[in-house]
Design a protein around this ligand. Structure first.
Ligand code: UD1
Ligand code: UDP
Length: 386
């Protein structure tokens, strides 16, 4: 066998952020030909990440459309990917996480009898409808994949409980590798209205909220709690880079638009987002990736969801599940804003999700699987150095 042809398929912002360091690593390996195929389920939010990490895609299906449904994303991705896989014929397809692109990418590879490696495998909330549709996407992807790159030992245990024992590697999460790239690159300014904030005197709350299961009443509850928080605490300022989804834009603007000390801004590039997370006082989010990033930066996180598939930082004490009821969110946020002890107990830097070498471990695992390397990579465990 010559060089191993590895095709990475992804399409949304978080997949791109977490696949970028792996693509850079794969391109450094002589034994691997790395190919990138975008579904472009997202467009602007994806392109920003590609630009930031200076990664070029060989294939781009450009499927995004306003008001896309789960069915249209799936069918457009499946149709486009079929043709790409027939042309490129990779030895391995890599998909990431739990989006519709993830599942469509894995299914397309299966239809073409190409083995799949699943990056960020084994996360489970235990509730098929929350996060929706992500919990099903990742479970179905696990059924298809031959290689499972689980960020933590707990994620690997989830797979074992489902009878998946072969091809499981504990690697850490590539998001920690991505942060090693982004954090040193901050220029010191955001280039927007938030540069006017007096970061020393204000308590800045970084907010993100975009999940489909939070559309409607949960978002109304969340945004109303945030508005009340700002009205009650004159030292609080909220920075919310609003996801480009029209459903989210509409809800955010109707409740939080024009409110003093609430900044609804365009999505930040990832260097700026990580700078916001490291400068802010507190994080309110329903994002998956931010639950992994903020603890590494020593920031308390209140998760605006009923469940999480990322319990490691909850156990470490830096993340708490706040739920989606306005009064509950308000109470927890106020406690952290007014009780120094409660705040300090949560504001510790913890890193259960990786040591910055996940991409290296994944590349090594691929080489080992294809018989190009004799040594199997050691599993990641928090606190261990490689
Ligand atoms: C998707 C993923 C979700 C992930 C999120 C990350 C699915 C079902 N959902 O959700 O798991 O957490 O991405 O952000 O795969 N839009 C733009 N420009 C962009 C991106 C989005 O205009 O660059 C708008 C489009 O109108 C699009 C809408 O946002 O139709 C929703 O995008 P979509 O990918 O369907 O859902 P997300 O909520 O982003
Ligand atoms: N992010 C970003 N700019 C923003 C908001 C988020 O770069 O304005 C990054 C964030 O730091 C994290 C990722 O996007 O790495 C999370 O993406 P998102 O919340 O959209 O999806 P999820 O992780 O919930 O799937």
């Amino acid at each position: 066998m010559g060089r191993i042809k590895v095709m990475s398929i992804f399409g949304t912002r978080p997949e791109a952020i977490k696949m970028a360091p792996l693509l850079l690593e794969l391109s450094r390996r002589d034994e691997i030909e790395s190919i990138c195929c975008l579904t472009a389920q997202h467009r602007e939010m994806l392109d920003g990440v590609m630009h930031l990490f200076d990664i070029k895609a060989q294939y781009d299906l450009n499927i995004m459309e306003p008001g896309q449904t789960l069915a249209t994303i799936t069918t457009k991705a499946l149709n486009g990917l079929g043709a790409v896989l027939e042309t490129a014929v990779p030895d391995l397809v890599l998909v990431h996480g739990d989006t519709t692109t993830t599942f469509a990418g894995a299914l397309s590879a299966f239809y073409n009898r190409i083995p799949v490696g699943h990056v960020e495998a084994g996360l489970r909330s235990g509730d098929l409808y929350s996060p929706y549709p992500e919990e099903l996407n990742r479970k179905l992807t696990s059924q298809i994949a031959a290689l499972h790159f689980a960020p933590t030992a707990r994620n690997a245990d989830n797979l074992r409980r489902e009878g998946i024992t072969d091809g499981v590697f504990v690697t850490g999460n590539t998001v920690i590798d991505a942060m090693a790239y982004t954090v040193p690159r901050f220029s010191g300014t955001f280039g927007s209205e938030i540069d006017q904030i007096d970061w020393g005197r204000r308590k800045v709350v970084a907010l993100t909220c975009h999940r489909r299961e939070n559309y409607g009443e949960p978002m109304t509850q969340i945004f109303t709690a945030v508005k009340t928080l700002v009205e009650r605490h004159s030292d609080v300022e909220v920075v919310y880079p609003v996801h480009l989804s029209p459903a989210v834009q509409g809800a955010a603007r109707s409740i939080l638009g024009g409110v003093d000390r609430i900044h609804l801004i365009h999505p930040l590039d990832t260097v700026q987002m990580h700078a916001l997370l490291s400068r802010c006082h507190l994080v309110l989010t329903d994002s998956g990736g931010i639950q992994e990033e903020a603890p590494a930066l020593g920031k308390p996180v209140l998760v605006l969801r009923r469940e999480t598939e990322r319990p490691e930082a909850c156990d470490a004490g830096t993340v708490r599940l706040a739920g989606v009821s306005g009064p509950d969110i308000l109470e927890l946020a106020e406690e952290l804003l007014t009780d120094q002890n409660a705040y300090q107990a949560m504001a510790q830097a913890v890193n259960p999700y990786g040591d910055g070498t996940a991409s290296r471990r994944i590349a090594d695992a691929i080489l080992w699987h294809f018989g190009k390397q004799s040594e199997k990579p050691a599993d990641f465990s928090p606190g261990s150095d490689r």
